[in-house]
Design a binder for this molecule. Structure first.
Ligand code: SAM
Length: 410
């Protein structure tokens, strides 16, 4: 990584100089990279020199060369965190990357997956794990610290935990979350936590098993509920995602809020969004205002508004006295484009700078053409610069040609 990003580094001399002088007392190096590299320095110093016919003097010079190489690695690693953020023409800095790990899913949710399914990209055209990690490294070098793994269903991958572990090892990544349907992930919660996953969003659109089956076209209700129960005790943050559709599950909103009474859960109601093949109609659309009426009727002045965190996509609330919270993701009626800090990479390697825009750039093709990280980084920067100020409203979006959501990842 360091050497691939090396040419990008231009403004790092001061920090590099500080690290060089620190490196004689390597334990004072402050960044994680420096600490790792420092460990390597002391490992190198402790290790016996290679056995060859060299004299004492040449062994010393080998050690010195090794130290110089490690110090250079420290400089490069530390310098990478100084690269400018990917910023668009509206001053939005992008610090949040969503990566789809697969196009496959073990559910067939009617609002997400077209009834006829989707043609899957042949495996050789999907990103390899090394390519995923390379993309994460480049983004992280530009200050991207939050990663969300999605799909398809990310947990259908056998190597899911390994991917989390490898992403966690990338310098600069501080938070890794997953969006999952919770069906096949239940047995791996502890290992995922240990690998570095800190946050889980679990999709659940009905508290009624039959209705769940109708929406997902699958019988998985019990497993998802188990996963939610277990995840609550393991992860710092567990969110339940509910896509609200008129005459399908809108009447369950208050029941979902009741789930937050004694549990440290955050339930988020998502406005139904149009995507390729999901048969969106305005008849099924249930707006934030409609949802709010339901909540207000039931909970009235017991509702308290919570403070939004920066770049939050959710308007968050709590019922007074309840442990958990709930919120609304109102992309269709009250978009939050002005604070958008996220970009997406699809399983086949396309960068999407807006969920509701159909401009895509193949990072896979750029990497496979032999591009350096500097070139990859330039491709990303240019795509981010082309990001529009805001996406269209629901009336127009329903006519926009976009991927099916299953091939984006939310
Ligand atoms: N398989 C995972 C899951 O079910 O959570 C991750 C992929 S799924 C595409 C990511 C998120 O997108 C889920 O929370 C899902 O509910 C949401 N989603 C899918 N289609 C949607 C739509 N048409 N409108 C709003 N949200 C949607």
């Amino acid at each position: 990584m360091g050497s691939r990003l090396g040419p990008l580094v231009r403004s790092s001399h001061l920090l590099s100089a500080r690290l060089i002088s620190d490196s004689s007392a390597t334990t004072t190096a402050t960044t994680a990279a420096a600490a790792n590299a420092a460990r390597s320095v002391s490992d190198a110093a402790a290790a016996p020199p290679p056995v060859d016919s060299a004299t004492e003097l040449s062994r010393e010079s080998q050690l010195r060369n090794r130290r110089v190489a490690i110090q250079a690695a420290i400089r490069e690693k530390a310098a990478t965190s100084l690269l400018p953020p990917f910023e668009d023409n509206f001053g939005r800095k992008h610090t949040y990357l969503r990566i789809a790990l697969t196009e496959k899913c073990n559910l067939r949710c009617l609002y997400c997956m077209p009834a006829e399914g989707v043609p899957l990209t042949p495996k050789p055209h999907l990103l390899t794990v090394d390519e995923i990690i390379r993309i994460v490294e480049v983004f992280a070098a530009h200050g991207m610290d939050k990663i969300r793994l999605t799909g398809g269903e990310p947990s259908v991958r056998k190597d899911f935990t390994d991917i989390v572990r490898r992403i966690k090892a990338v310098e600069g990544v501080t938070q890794i979350g997953v969006t999952t349907n919770g069906i096949a992930i239940g047995k791996r919660l502890h290992e995922l936590k240990e690998a570095g996953l800190s946050q889980m969003n679990i999709s659940l659109d009905s508290l009624n098993p039959e209705k769940y089956m109708m929406i997902t076209r699958t019988n998985g209700f019990k497993k998802v509920m188990e996963t939610i129960n277990n995840a609550e005790g393991i992860f710092d943050s567990v969110k339940v995602n509910v896509v609200v559709m008129k005459n399908v599950n809108d009447m369950e909103i208050c029941d979902f809020i009741e789930m937050t009474k004694d549990r440290n859960l955050s339930v988020r109601f998502i406005e139904f969004m149009p995507f390729g093949g999901n048969k969106f109609t305005l008849n099924k659309f249930f707006s934030f205002k409609d949802m709010w009426k339901r909540v207000e009727e039931r909970f009235g002045d017991r509702i308290s508004r919570l403070v939004d965190t920066p770049n939050d996509t959710t308007k968050a609330f709590r019922i007074r006295g309840y442990q958990g919270e709930f919120g609304f993701i109102t992309s269709m009626t009250e978009h939050f484009c002005s604070t958008c800090n996220r970009v997406r990479v699809t399983a086949d390697g396309n960068l999407k700078v807006c969920l509701h825009g159909n401009n895509e750039v193949s990072l896979r093709d750029v990497m496979r053409s032999g591009a350096s990280n500097e070139e990859l980084s330039e491709t990303i920067a240019k795509a981010v610069k082309r990001k529009k100020k805001q996406h269209a409203g629901v009336e127009n979006l329903q006519h926009l040609k976009n991927r099916p959501m299953i091939l984006i990842g939310g």
